[in-house]
Design a protein around this ligand. Structure first.
Ligand code: ZN
Length: 160
């Protein structure tokens, strides 16, 4: 495994749409392993492939219940609303308030191409929305309605 170089907000790569994965091979497994290592190393809870300069529909997440790998994730449906702080490893030093759905149903493939469905709530639902946005060239700063500054000490952000 190896750490991958992070791509930051100024980079046009983050604004491009990622392509689906069609080969579930060693190269994909290496990418997934490297992304997980990079995410844990930077204390993130999620990382999308474009953030390490790979324009493929691949994300890794760990919202406290272990590592989840999602290949070609698709949002099936969403329900409700939650309002909370968000951050991004590609937007260091900034946080903002973003409204997201409370419940997200999604389908995705694992590293071997097997399809799964998940129903996620709260932080994991937020994380899935944030990471799938990356695959479509969108950043949370496009959606935040208020920036959080250091003096707002009562609010804790997760880096995704
Ligand atoms: Zn992000």
């Amino acid at each position: 495994m190896a750490l991958r170089k992070m791509v930051y907000i100024e980079d046009e790569l983050l604004r491009k749409k990622s392509r689906p994965v069609d080969k579930f091979d060693e190269k994909l497994h290496k990418l997934l392993d490297d992304m997980a290592e990079t995410m844990y190393h930077t204390n993130g809870v999620g990382l999308a492939a474009p953030q390490v300069a790979v324009l493929r529909r691949v994300v890794v997440m760990d919202c406290g219940d272990g590592l989840i790998e999602m290949i070609n994730p698709e949002i099936i449906s969403t329900e409700g609303e939650q309002d909370g702080p968000e951050g991004c490893l590609s937007v260091p030093g900034r946080r903002g308030m973003v409204k997201r759905p409370m419940i997200v149903r999604a389908r995705f493939q694992d590293r071997h191409g097997e399809w799964y469905e998940i129903e996620a709530e709260e932080l994991l639902a937020r994380c899935i929305m944030h990471e799938t946005d990356h695959l479509n060239g969108e950043l949370y700063v496009d959606k935040m309605y208020r920036e959080i500054f250091a003096e707002d000490e009562e609010e804790e952000a997760e880096e995704e």
